[in-house]
Structure formats: structure tokens, C-alpha cells
Ligand binder design. Structure first.
Ligand SMILES: *[C@@H]1O[C@H](CO)[C@@H](O)[C@H](O)[C@H]1NC(C)=O
Ligand SMILES: *[C@@H]1O[C@H](CO)[C@@H](O)[C@H](O)[C@H]1NC(C)=O
Ligand SMILES: *[C@@H]1O[C@H](CO)[C@@H](O)[C@H](O)[C@H]1NC(C)=O
Ligand SMILES: *[C@@H]1O[C@H](CO)[C@@H](O)[C@H](O)[C@H]1NC(C)=O
Length: 268
């Protein structure tokens, strides 16, 4: 008589199951955070700490690239301002120390999807090959081709960001996308060397002159470079973060709190 009942309930349970089924993206060693938890920020910090030991090598499933070292095969820089006019191609850029980042003042708001955090790095070692045609502070030409290595010390960054949440797709999942990110940074100190590799005496002189100028004007040059580095890191971070977020359903990152009348706990 009620032949349709089992079918109806099967459909219902399939629908419910589909809602509950996870994409399996969140690794088992991470406990997702409850959306309205009082200690959401602490929970997010805990998630990071759970992921940190794996971040050095990267987590392909979450599209997290290896952080130790962080590698950029090639990047082009083309900026024009009074303080720095530069056209450069960096290849094999490697940054060591990224995964030692120390977080503080994490503040994430899931209502307006805004957040802020302070980051600190004790030291970052950077090596890269470069092809460059630049003018620093209108007086120092930096021209040629070679390699650079350096150590950046005591880096502090205040980061703010804003995200948007996509509409739910047919599987009931929505995704965060960072739409705005702002880095405000301070570099305590840095040492480094440009080494020309063209064997062209003129280029060697450019590199040595730039090195000497830097050694004698560290603070001024760092203050000039900081906004460029901030901008560079903003676009880098935005790209990597959105690559990660595009694989992680919001519903699985931040789980909804259980309904008001939870079922009784199972007997012990
Ligand atoms: C950076 O290089 C210095 C000197 O070679 C080293 O002592 C330090 O441990 C390195 N730091 C990182 C994060 O690789
Ligand atoms: C989150 O943002 C909303 C909207 O701006 C605001 O009303 C709320 O107080 C914020 N929550 C926290 C915990 O700051
Ligand atoms: C750059 O590398 C050389 C040797 O390869 C090393 O002696 C020097 O300490 C390095 N400089 C920085 C600032 O890391
Ligand atoms: C970060 O913000 C704090 C205050 O919230 C400020 O004291 C500090 O100077 C800022 N740091 C940078 C690098 O802008």
C-alpha cells in the first residue's frame, strides 16, 4: 500500500547523508572549529599548530605548498617610484624560516569575514638568482645579473584581511575567498650580498657599489624596500591562500554547533 514510503525515506536519508558527507579534505589530525565557539581564535591557532609539522614539506591534499624552504621558480618585478625604479626577474627564489612564524593577536570574525593577525619571524634566509635593471633612491644603479643571498632579521607583520563566502553549491558547500589582504611590516635588520655573475667589470662595479651603499644606509634602504616587499608578499599570500581555500569547504572548516537539544550522550 505505502510502497513509496521506503523510497521516500531512502531519498531523504540520501539527502541528509549528502549534507553530512565530508569531502575528506580536513586531515584526521585536525579538529575543525565550531562556528560560534567562544575561543574560535584559539581553535584556529591550534589548527595551525597541528598542521605546522607538516607544513615544511607542504600538504598537497590542502594545496599547501612546501614552506621550508618556500620556493618561487620565477617572479617578475616591475615597479616605478622615486625611491625605487626596478625591473627584475628573480629565479629560484628560496626563503628559509617561513614555517617558524610566531602568531599573536589572531582575531577572526566569521560574521563580517574580517580578520587580523600579527606575525613575527626571528630570521628569514633568502637566496635568489636575479636579472635586474634598477635605480635605488635615484642615485644607485643596480644593474646586471647574478645571485643574491641575505638574512632578514626580526620581521614583524600586522596582517588584515577580508574574505567573501561563495553561495552554497549543489552539494551544500560554500567556499571562502580572500578579497583583500593588507600587510604592514617592519624589518628589524637585514644583511645581504649581490654577487654579479656576468664577468662584466661594469656590472661587478654596480653590484659592489650597491652592496656598499646598502651597508652604509641600511635603515634608509630597508624603509624604502619595505612597502615593495609588503606588496609583493600580499599578492603572493593572496594567491596561495585562495588556492588553499578553494579546496576547503567552509562547512567543514567551521562546523555548525549542535542543535539546541542534543541527543543524550551514549551510555558510558
Ligand atoms: C639562516 O642562516 C643563518 C646563518 O647561516 C643560520 O644560523 C640560521 O639558522 C638560518 N635560519 C634559517 C631559518 O634557516
Ligand atoms: C563580528 O562582526 C560583526 C559585524 O561587524 C559584529 O557585530 C560582531 O560584534 C563581531 N564579533 C566579534 C566577536 O568581534
Ligand atoms: C651568503 O653566502 C655566503 C657563502 O655562500 C656566506 O658566507 C654568507 O654568510 C651569506 N650571507 C648571508 C647574509 O646570508
Ligand atoms: C602592529 O600593530 C601594533 C598595534 O596593534 C603596533 O604597535 C605595531 O607597531 C604594528 N606593527 C607594524 C609592523 O606595523
Amino acid at each position: 500500500m505505502a510502497w513509496w514510503l521506503p523510497i521516500f525515506s531512502l531519498v531523504l536519508s540520501l539527502l541528509a547523508a549528502d549534507h553530512a558527507v565530508s569531502s575528506g579534505k580536513i586531515p584526521s589530525y585536525v579538529s575543525p572549529c565550531k562556528r560560534d565557539s567562544d575561543d574560535l581564535n584559539q581553535c584556529i591557532a591550534n589548527v595551525w599548530e597541528a598542521l605546522r609539522p607538516k607544513m615544511g614539506e607542504g600538504i598537497p591534499k590542502l594545496k599547501i605548498p612546501p614552506l621550508e624552504p618556500f620556493l618561487l621558480p620565477e617572479t617578475n618585478i616591475d615597479r616605478r617610484s622615486d625611491s625605487l625604479d626596478v625591473k627584475a626577474t628573480l629565479t629560484q627564489l628560496a626563503i628559509m624560516g617561513v614555517n617558524n612564524v610566531v602568531f599573536s593577536k589572531l582575531n577572526v570574525n566569521l560574521t563580517d569575514l574580517k580578520g587580523s593577525v600579527s606575525l613575527a619571524f626571528a630570521d628569514l634566509n633568502v637566496t635568489t638568482l636575479y636579472v635586474m635593471d634598477a635605480m635605488l633612491m635615484k642615485i644607485i644603479p643596480m644593474k646586471g645579473q647574478g645571485k643574491f643571498n641575505g638574512t632578514i632579521k626580526d620581521v614583524k607583520v600586522n596582517m588584515t584581511g577580508k574574505a567573501e563566502l561563495s553561495p552554497k553549491n549543489e552539494r551544500g558547500r560554500s567556499y571562502l575567498k580572500l578579497v583583500e589582504i593588507k600587510f604592514k611590516g617592519f624589518i628589524g635588520d637585514a644583511t645581504g650580498r649581490l654577487v654579479d655573475t656576468t664577468q662584466n667589470p661594469e656590472n661587478s662595479i654596480f653590484a659592489e657599489t650597491a652592496n656598499m651603499f646598502y651597508d652604509n644606509n641600511r635603515r634608509e634602504v630597508l624603509d624604502v624596500l619595505t612597502p615593495f616587499i609588503e606588496e609583493f608578499c600580499e599578492s603572493l599570500f593572496l594567491g596561495v591562500a585562495n588556492q588553499i581555500l578553494s579546496t576547503l569547504p567552509f562547512e567543514e572548516m567551521f562546523i555548525e554547533t549542535a542543535p539546541k537539544n542534543p541527543p543524550p550522550p551514549p551510555p558510558l
